[in-house]
Design a protein around this ligand. Structure first.
Ligand code: DQA
Length: 144
């Protein structure tokens, strides 16, 4: 199974963001873990990150008929980007919405995600392990 892992705005600066909220890992370290977990689950993963909303949308469009599932952490776009929502709505494969932090116990404006109802699964507030849970879920959708 081919899995695309998309991290959005500011996730490239993960190691410089509040470690009490985001855990202090760098994006590189996070992606290395994702590749290891994917390998152990017999999944083929590709991780990408962008601070450009248009590029992020293009990658979702490209995923339409090239992957079997996606893991998407749109960062702050989660809370207001109807353009990313519209792109995700076109997918016919499952996607998992992941957030490192518990957005439901942070500022009011973070509590709403405009992509939540489209996601096959949401994993929130579990730190890097959330990506592992998302991979495990997607591996399960590929089983007969
Ligand atoms: C985030 C939560 C968002 O509110 C925030 O803007 C991010 C990261 C998370 O992974 O916890 O950039 O998506």
């Amino acid at each position: 199974m081919q899995i695309l892992v998309l991290n959005g705005a500011n996730l490239d600066a993960l190691s410089r963001r509040d470690p009490s909220v985001y855990g202090g890992l760098s994006l590189n370290e996070l992606e290395s873990r994702i590749y290891e977990w994917a390998h152990a689950l017999d999944l083929s993963a590709r991780c990408r990150q962008s601070n450009s909303e248009g590029e992020f949308i293009d990658w979702i469009h490209d995923a339409y008929d090239t992957v079997d599932g996606l893991i998407v952490n749109p960062g702050a776009w989660s809370h207001y980007s109807y353009a990313i929502r519209d792109a995700l709505e076109l997918l016919t494969v499952p996607f998992v919405e992941v957030h490192l932090s518990n957005i439901e116990s942070r500022e009011e404006w973070r509590r709403h995600s405009v992509v939540a109802d489209l996601a096959s699964r949401r994993v929130i507030g579990k730190g890097p392990e959330g990506y592992r849970e998302a991979l495990e879920y997607l591996a399960g959708t590929g089983e007969e």
